[in-house]
Design a binder for this molecule. Structure first.
Ligand code: NAI
Length: 353
């Protein structure tokens, strides 16, 4: 408990709600980092942790990241995140029980926090949560939700890649541009299709080689072994698998001009943005380029917009990125630092609005 109190006191967020659900042994943590720009929005992560403090640390960090992502995306939303720290990933009736009681907790917060899917939680889970609260996005289409956000994330990354290529070459034409997509899952596979349509020369890598192989055959792409992906020469490297891929060890081995992909937390540490800049690699900060998922949910479900309005917001990811690159160049800072500055400026404007 002392650990938990210390973590909460050392955090710059607004509110932390902890509930221990005795019947299922589940810690339910809701971390409201900021409501300056609107209700704190962010997904619910379900995971087995060693200690509740580990779960809280994850929640606090992820909630702050959502404040930044939502702010730079221009959404009228603050940032939050919830963690369901379970003893084992539940199924069936037990899972439903946890989700219903969790829905009651979200409802009790009166709209301060709006939830959605995250690691180990699905549209079906959000349907269950929605039985107890209105403050939920990402339900299944059958239950009135907007469906998977992955295709919109891919569209946002596609606009981001075009903006980064325009910045580095002067033209956003992707014909003949060599793009390596690392991870061809829900986001990466849609992105690969968009890139193929735009005439890019595609390289695909996945730890499930049969997945990469089948898609490569369909799109006329080449398959690269997963362990060679980062060091393979290409114009654009698009990490769409896991976080932490850009670090002290990997950056010296990269052979690309641009990094722009969907994965969250691509940098091992903030200083890796400087390492990329020193190597002359144009890095599209992940929090800018992968905001398509939250844009999709917020636009269609919270703001009541239609698909055309959502698509304009996705396209604007390219413009935001262009502003980020210009700011980095003008100030002589990394693109990561420039993105942080853009977040701080929007929050400051929100505070005085
Ligand atoms: P997914 O689980 O559908 O796909 C991930 C793919 O990466 C899988 O095919 C997996 O086999 C592959 N993979 C895992 N480790 C790998 C490695 N070391 N090398 C090569 N391939 C590897 O996940 P999804 O939804 O496509 O998300 C991809 C990334 O984008 C994740 O980091 C996720 O957090 C992030 N993201 C996703 C959003 C969404 O709307 N789905 C929104 C924002 C970020």
């Amino acid at each position: 408990m002392a650990d938990l109190a210390e973590l909460i006191r050392g955090w710059d967020g607004e509110e932390t709600v902890l509930r221990f659900d005795a019947p299922t042994g589940t810690w339910m943590l809701v971390c409201v980092h900021s409501t300056v720009l609107g209700p704190a929005a962010g997904g619910t992560r379900m995971k087995v942790y060693g200690e509740p403090a580990e779960a809280l640390r994850d929640g606090l960090r992820l909630a702050a990241a959502m404040t930044a992502k939502n702010a730079v995306a221009g959404l009228p939303l603050g940032g939050g995140k919830a963690v369901l720290a379970v003893r084992e990933i539940p199924s069936g009736e037990r899972r439903r029980e946890i989700l219903l009681r969790y829905g009651e907790l979200v409802e009790a917060l009166g709209g301060t926090y709006v939830t959605a899917c995250d690691m180990n939680t699905s549209e079906r889970d959000m349907d269950v949560v929605a039985e107890r609260t209105r403050h939920v996005m990402g339900r299944s289409p059958e239950a009135g939700g907007s469906g998977s956000s992955a295709p919109s994330t891919a569209v946002g990354v596609f606009h981001g890649i075009r903006a980064a290529v325009r910045y580095t070459t002067g033209s956003e034409d992707l014909a003949g541009c060599r793009v390596l997509v690392q991870g061809v899952g829900a986001v990466g596979s849609v992105l690969a299709r968009l890139l193929a349509e735009a005439g890019a020369e595609l390289l695909l890598a996945d730890i499930a080689p049969e997945r990469a192989g089948a898609l490569a055959e369909e799109l006329g792409a080449l398959v690269v072994p997963a362990e060679e992906a980062l060091a393979t020469p290409c114009d654009v490297l698009s990490p769409c698998a896991t976080g932490g891929v850009l670090n002290r060890e990997t950056i010296p081995r990269l052979r690309c001009r641009v990094v722009a992909g969907a994965a969250n937390n691509q940098l091992g540490e903030p200083a890796d943005a400087e390492r990329l800049a020193e190597r002359g690699i144009c890095y599209a900060p992940d929090l800018v380029v992968n905001a398509g998922g939250i844009i999709h949910l917020a636009s269609l479900e919270l703001l009541g917009e239609d698909e055309a309005a959502r698509d304009r917001r996705l396209e604007a990811i390219g413009d935001t990125l262009a502003r980020c690159f210009a700011l980095a160049e003008a100030e002589g800072i990394s693109t990561g630092a420039a993105a942080e500055r853009m977040v701080a400026e929007r929050l400051a404007a929100g505070r005085t609005a």
